[in-house]
Design a protein around this ligand. Structure first.
Ligand code: C2E
Ligand code: CA
Ligand code: CA
Length: 331
């Protein structure tokens, strides 16, 4: 079967070359063809095969860098799945089918709870829980993330308020803001007003922004000033997983660095450890707090404790917990 596909691809490339020659000899702009390819087996209807090839072709229509696309069943399934998620989103948001789970952050020096992060989960009709990796990228592409991030923020404020009313001692719970949520007018005022209406000081709901969402220096600086002006602490999420790490530190926009798991996994390797030691020292010298993410082992905890890391979030201490389990941790 691979042989046949290769033959088709060679044919497509030949056609493409001939088209280039034609446009050159006629002195007209380059003709840009694109092809959809699918397998045909005896018994498959022509219409069906045509539909598949057409579907494959349509996926590359907007692109200038690919000549052909081979149809795959998995692609259709994914697209059908994404369509369903889009169709169900607003209804499920209204019906509270999105849940916030809480992953605690601990100070390694005292082993005390010092904070948490709110992480969204989608509970489907059949009670199955969908992790954010399945839907956040889609909602970031189609803009629905704005509504979801705001919902999560509102829920976290509401829970924090309820625990206060019950006489519990709360700790700051950070929430995530995707790029699309970050760059809309009046985002800061909107979030501030929500917190005020619910009755929660903004320093109890810090904002996590990924390093890659913060690449536009000037813009991020002005947004950061607004968040700070309204009392929101700011965390750089996934620090060290991107490419702009030192520039991010230098912007002086952030209160806390969240060191990405990929850097934590260097512990045990001597060069990697030196990188961590110096990164954390530099951050602290600049007056920035440090949280380590994705910490799974005792060895990592010991290392981080010795270099004065302020807090640790990871499976070593706890996985993200559903609401009722998290609230049992509060005094
Ligand atoms: P993140 O913000 O980096 O969140 C940390 C993720 O690492 C969580 O996955 C958490 O379960 C996982 N994790 C924590 N400790 C460990 C560990 O020790 N080992 C390993 N292997 N993993 C660990 P989760 O909950 O699946 O979230 C994935 C991502 O989805 C988050 O990454 C965040 O970028 C995004 N996300 C979650 N909730 C929201 C939300 O409300 N809004 C937005 N915009 N994004 C969200
Ligand atoms: Ca985060
Ligand atoms: Ca992270």
């Amino acid at each position: 079967a691979d042989d046949k596909i290769n033959k088709v691809i060679r044919k497509i490339e030949t056609i493409n070359l001939q088209l280039i020659k034609v446009s050159e000899s006629l002195k007209i702009p380059k003709i840009q063809p694109y092809f959809g390819v699918t397998k045909w087996e005896p018994g498959k209807k022509v219409e069906e095969a045509y539909g598949e090839a057409n579907f494959a072709k349509n996926r590359i229509k907007e692109r200038k860098d690919v000549l052909y696309q081979i149809y795959s069943q998995a692609d259709t399934e994914r697209i059908v799945e994404e369509k369903q998620m889009e169709d169900n989103f607003y209804r499920d948001l209204n019906d509270n089918h999105f849940e916030i789970w809480y992953q605690p952050k601990y100070a390694p020096k005292t082993n005390k709870l010092v904070g948490a992060e709110g992480l969204v989960r989608w509970r489907r009709e059949n009670n199955e829980i969908i992790p954010p990796s399945k839907f956040i990228p889609l909602f970031e592409r189609n803009g629905m993330i704005k509504a979801l991030d705001e919902y999560v923020f509102r829920e976290v404020c509401t829970h924090q308020r309820r625990w206060l009313d019950e006489g519990k001692k709360i700790v700051p719970i950070s929430i995530n803001l995707s790029r699309a949520s970050l760059y809309f007018e009046s985002v800061v005022k909107r979030y501030h007003d929500i917190a005020r209406r619910i009755g929660i000081y903004t320093h109890f709901v810090p904002i996590e922004i990924t390093e890659s969402a913060a690449v536009d220096n000037d813009e991020i600086k002005s947004i950061a000033d607004k968040f700070h002006g309204n009392g929101f602490p700011l965390l750089v999420d996934d620090f060290g997983s991107g490419y702009s790490s030192l520039a991010t530190l230098n912007m002086k926009c952030f209160d806390t660095l969240k060191i990405d798991k990929s850097l934590i996994d260097y512990i045990g390797d001597s060069n990697g450890e030196r990188l961590l030691v110096h990164t954390i020292a530099l951050a602290k010298e600049l007056g920035i707090c440090v949280t380590a993410e994705g910490v799974e082992s005792q060895e990592q905890v010991e290392f981080l404790k010795n270099i004065d890391c302020d807090s640790i979030q990871g499976f070593y201490y706890s996985k993200p917990l559903p609401l009722t389990e998290y609230e049992m941790l509060l005094d």
